[in-house]
Structure formats: structure tokens, C-alpha cells
Design a protein around this ligand. Structure first.
Ligand SMILES: NC(=O)c1ccc[n+]([C@@H]2O[C@H](COP(=O)([O-])OP(=O)(O)OC[C@H]3O[C@@H](n4cnc5c(N)ncnc54)[C@H](OP(=O)(O)O)[C@@H]3O)[C@@H](O)[C@H]2O)c1
Length: 292
């Protein structure tokens, strides 16, 4: 029989975990959240009727506890539960933060439980999720070996693949996830503002750019970053880049610094791919440098 689990913090990630762990055969012991309505919603979605605003009323009955509050509340929530002897002896306590280490859960030792972190490399934008968001994604694990071993089994049962990460490497690992997800949004926002400034607006703009975005991702997958680059920088087309900078400076000056910074770093990728001469690279670096 699969172990029982409790969810403390019933927002986007907690609700998704509840729903898909229950579907994978784990027994929901209960749900607690700051507001009872969030706990009730998650419990209903997961087929449970046990919910509370008081975490330790729920966690005492669970083999595995997920603390899925916002990052800023994880340590305090864990400490309060430990203080109320709220974790099972030999139980496992996990949080899902990408940035924070499992050591913030160290108070679980007072109850004889084991701490770990289990971060899904996925974006959860809503509590209403139909399709399993854990299927075929990567989940990174870190913490005490007893916790990591259980978390590995959970990740596999959710349909994910997992790897372990050094506790002290979590901050850089999370910065990488932020760059891939959040900054991709920033770069595409830049692209949309520029195409809108060129007179192509709204839904048409995204529709126009989408095949280009998907083609680029596919090129990266096939050839790697250094060889996926096309366009004026890797061609050494300095005059075109100069014209971009002039027009952006005139029409959307608030975007100029970001465009230049991205160009400056793109020169390094073009060099690494072997497609750009040293002299063109120097000229391009000069015009895209923050001091130019
Ligand atoms: N969203 C993502 O894309 C994503 C991806 C990977 C990992 N994560 C991680 O997953 C964790 C949860 O993130 P989320 O996006 O699911 O956040 P969220 O949607 O804001 O959910 C957090 C939930 O915790 C409840 N809560 C707040 N303070 C609490 C407390 N002191 N005690 C009990 N419950 C409390 C909230 O309030 P109510 O009870 O009032 O609703 C809310 O339902 C974070 O560690 C985050 O870093 C998020």
C-alpha cells in the first residue's frame, strides 16, 4: 500500500500535488491552509474530507507532509508543526521551493522525521489543472537520504524523472529555472513590443512570432545553443544591428538597454559557434556595450 500524505498550503502546487498523488494511489490524510476555503477546495479535488486551518491536526496522520506555502512561510510553518509534535516519527517532510534548501526544515528532527526538498521544473499558473503537470517533467531532489528515497518514488509515481542536486547549489539551480521560464517571458515581451511598434498588433503579433519561437527551440534541441544562432549577429551584419539600435532608440527608447545587453551576450554565443570573425565580434561588442 502507498503511504499517506498531507498538504500544508493549498495553492497552485499543493492542490496539483494533492490531486495527482491521490490519482497515483497515495492516501490523502488531509489538507491545511491559511484559509479554510483553500484547504476545502484541495481536499474535494483530491477526494478527501479532512481539512483544517491548523496544520498539526492534519500532519500527525500523514507519512509524508508537503509544505507548499509561499517560500517565505515554509520555515515558520515547519517550526510550528514541530513545536506541536506534529510530524510522525520516521515520516518525511518535503517542500517544493526551487530556491531554498531542505535544511530550513531541520526542526523536523525534533519529531524524528526526515527533511527533503522536491522541486518540479514546471510552471503552475492556476489551481485548476486538468492534465497531469508532473508527467514527463524533471523533479530535482535534495535532503536527507531517507527523504530523497521517498521523494524519488513519489516523483516516479507522478510520471516525472528526477535528479539529485547539491544542497548548496540550489540558489544557482533556481536562477537557471528563472532564466528559462521568467526571463523567456521578458525576452518575448520585448519582441512583442517591437513588432507592435512596427504596426503588427495583438493576437496577430504572437501568431506571427510563434513559428519562429518554436523553430528556435527546435534548433537548440537539435544543434545546441552555440550552433542554433541565426540572424545578423552571427552573420557579422554590423550595419543591420546599428539600424536596429537607431530605430529602437527613436521609437521605443526604454527597450534599448535590454536589446543592447542581449546583443552583447549574443556575440559570445556567435563566437563560440565559430560563425563570427574576431574583428566583427569586436565591432559588434562595441556598438552593443552598455557604455556605447
Ligand atoms: N507556482 C509555480 O510555478 C511553482 C513551481 C515550482 C515550485 N513552486 C513552489 O511551490 C510552493 C508553493 O507555490 P505556489 O505557487 O503553489 O504558491 P501559492 O499558489 O501562493 O500557494 C500557497 C498557498 O499557501 C497558503 N498559505 C500561505 N501562508 C500560509 C501559512 N502560513 N500556513 C498555511 N498555508 C499558507 C496560501 O494561502 P490560502 O490558504 O489563503 O490560499 C496558498 O494557498 C513554493 O515553495 C514555490 O516556490 C511553485
Amino acid at each position: 500500500m502507498k503511504p499517506s500524505f498531507a498538504i500544508i498550503g493549498c495553492g497552485k502546487v499543493g492542490t496539483a500535488l494533492g490531486k495527482f498523488l491521490a490519482k497515483a494511489g497515495y492516501k490523502p490524510a488531509g489538507f491545511a491552509s491559511k484559509s479554510l476555503s483553500s484547504a476545502e477546495r484541495a481536499a474535494e479535488i483530491s477526494g478527501s474530507d479532512n481539512c483544517s486551518r491548523i496544520p498539526w491536526e492534519i500532519t500527525r496522520k500523514a507519512d509524508i507532509v508537503f509544505i507548499t506555502t509561499p517560500d517565505s512561510a515554509i520555515a515558520d510553518t515547519c517550526n510550528s508543526i514541530s513545536l506541536h509534535s506534529g510530524f510522525c516519527k520516521n515520516g518525511v517532510v518535503l517542500h517544493c521551493s526551487g530556491a531554498l534548501p531542505s535544511t530550513i526544515l531541520s526542526s523536523v528532527k525534533e519529531c524524528g522525521a526526515f527533511a527533503g526538498s522536491m522541486h518540479p521544473l514546471q510552471t503552475f499558473a492556476s489551481v485548476e489543472i486538468e492534465k497531469n503537470p508532473f508527467q514527463d517533467i524533471i523533479i530535482s531532489l535534495e535532503g536527507e537520504k531517507e527523504a530523497v528515497s521517498i521523494a524519488r518514488k513519489i516523483a516516479t509515481d507522478l510520471g516525472a524523472t528526477c535528479f539529485t542536486i547539491q544542497t548548496e547549489a540550489k540558489t544557482l539551480y533556481h536562477a537557471s529555472a528563472v532564466a528559462a521560464s521568467n526571463y523567456l517571458v521578458t525576452v518575448l515581451g520585448l519582441s512583442l513590443k517591437l513588432i507592435e511598434a512596427a504596426g503588427i498588433s495583438g493576437a496577430d503579433a504572437l501568431k506571427a512570432l510563434k513559428p519562429l519561437i518554436e523553430g528556435t527551440l527546435s534548433n537548440i534541441e537539435k544543434a545546441g545553443i552555440d550552433r542554433a544562432l541565426t540572424g545578423p549577429i552571427v552573420r557579422g551584419d554590423i550595419e543591420t544591428v546599428k539600424k536596429h539600435l537607431v530605430q529602437i532608440g527613436l521609437k521605443t527608447p526604454d527597450l534599448l538597454d535590454l536589446y543592447k545587453t542581449l546583443g552583447f551576450h549574443t556575440v559570445d554565443i556567435a563566437m563560440a559557434g565559430g560563425g563570427l570573425s574576431e574583428s566583427s565580434a569586436q565591432k559588434l561588442k562595441k556598438i552593443t556595450s552598455p557604455d556605447s
